[in-house]
Design a protein around this ligand. Structure first.
Ligand SMILES: [Zn+2]
Length: 446
């Protein structure tokens, strides 16, 4: 028999709350309704906000003047499940094996946000009140880019006013290692399209007389880096915040580094900007990546064609000190300057997101580290950044003016977004302890 807490988790995981799929619209709404009932039963005042897209659920205790106000953010929507045939058991019929629960959403993010909610419920049950003014915000559109959340924050700014936000939706460096993520990279995207002749041409009749768009794209892509792996766009590194000595030392001690990255990726060798380790390259250095490249004949065999167009899709991961608009303007100028003669270059912009960094040794950061030590007794806290982007963190900072503490409970092999997503029950229970310790610690932060 699972404990009452685990039984509640299994109930939550049975909702196929796939936000991107219109066929699951009613399931998403039912899941939101279930959350409201859970939060209400915990002793909070919960509200289901009718959707511009999918519902937002909020909950709060009775706020008292003079106390810290803490927001816990998470999401109840999940990714689609395909390819279904690669799941060992059905994604919405949670299965527990060796104290690991397998289900879509188990790690991302239902297991993590429910651990917080159950931590709150346990404190209320035992003590009758919480040590802080609490706001819980659980959205249903995180997996589709939080499309309506900024608007929601703007229209509810007064009632969402808080001192700090805590989010458990990032990773742990290894099993049993409590991890505090204090930085995220930003992003800038663009697509370049090179066109030449009005139509594909016979490369025997016209080759040599007309510039080849595929060659031009290859030259443009090659111009992005020097041979040492440094981005060659003039001004790209302007303002980039250098790594601190303590960060380099702390990351070098983590139980995760080049050997693990080599094993996980299956690449024949690691490669990146000279002078940095792989963790430094992915967490604290900006990059230029080609995400897609195309043009010309893609079929079997040979076709002697001179293609009329070719394209490349690029993204740039950005770090503190870089501003996406400024960097992308420099990239455009560089590409325009490097474009060879005889073709037309067209650049279209994609999405952009700011990098994020917060001081792990701020009063709130130190409180979070103490809470992590309570949740994982006897373990040192890993202080890391992550290479990806969580746009909502910047939206919180922009609209509400507050920092987010990222206290993730996802393991490297949790298979979020993939078949057989899973979450160890030990992390679920650690999450419940984490919430209780965190509210306690944050209550006494000046
Ligand atoms: Zn996700």
């Amino acid at each position: 028999m699972p404990s009452a807490e685990v039984a509640t988790l299994l109930e939550f995981l049975r909702f196929p709350s796939i936000s991107t799929d219109p066929a699951h619209r009613a399931d998403v709404a039912r899941c939101a309704g279930w959350l409201v009932a859970q939060l209400t039963a915990s002793g909070l005042k919960a509200t289901l906000h009718p959707p511009a897209g999918h519902p937002v659920v909020t909950a709060r205790n009775a706020h008292q003047p003079g106390r810290r106000t803490v927001m816990i953010y998470g999401h109840y929507d999940v990714q689609p499940v395909d390819p279904l045939e690669l799941w060992t058991s059905p994604p919405f019929e949670p299965r527990i094996e060796n104290d690991i629960v397998f289900a879509r959403g188990s790690t991302d993010n239902k297991g993590q946000i429910l651990a917080h909610i159950l931590g709150i419920a346990a404190t209320l049950r035992e003590k009758g009140e919480l040590p802080v003014n609490l706001i819980v915000l659980v959205e249903g559109e995180e997996e589709v880019g939080s499309a309506h959340l900024e608007e929601f924050l703007l229209t509810h700014r007064e009632e969402l006013r808080c001192d700090l936000i805590a989010i458990s939706d990032t990773g742990m460096v290894a099993r049993g290692v409590p991890t505090f993520t204090y930085g995220l990279r930003g992003i800038g995207a663009l697509e370049l399209r090179v066109t030449g002749p009005a139509t594909d041409l016979h490369s025997g009749i016209y080759g040599g007389a007309v510039a080849n768009p595929a060659t031009a794209v290859a030259r443009l892509v090659a111009s992005l880096h020097d041979t040492d792996g440094r981005v060659a766009v003039p001004g790209f590194y302007d303002g980039v915040a250098p790594l601190e000595t303590w960060e380099r030392e702390a990351w070098a001690r983590l139980p995760f580094g080049d050997a693990e990255i080599l094993a996980v990726t299956g690449a024949p060798a690691l490669f990146g900007e000279a002078g940095y380790t792989s963790l430094e390259r992915t967490w604290a250095r900006p990059t230029a990546e080609v995400n897609g490249l195309g043009g010309g004949f893609q079929g079997t065999g040979t076709k002697t064609v001179l293609p009329r167009e070719a394209f490349a899709k690029l993204t740039f991961r950005l770090v503190p000190g870089q501003e996406p608009g400024d960097v992308m303007a420099k990239v455009r100028a560089h590409l325009s300057a490097k474009c060879p003669p005889g073709v037309r270059l067209e650049i279209t912009g994609g999405h952009a997101g700011e990098p994020y960094v917060t001081d792990p040794n701020s009063p709130g950061g130190l409180a979070a580290q103490r809470a992590l030590r309570t949740a994982f007794p006897g373990k040192d806290v890993a202080l890391i950044r992550e290479g990806g982007s969580i746009p909502i963190v910047n939206t919180f900072k922009k609209v509400l003016g507050v920092e987010s503490l990222l206290l993730g409970l996802a393991l490297p092999d949790c298979r979020a977004h993939a078949p057989n997503e899973n979450f160890p029950l030990e992390n679920f229970h650690a999450g419940i302890r984490l919430n209780r310790a965190l509210l306690e610690e944050l209550a006494s932060v000046g």
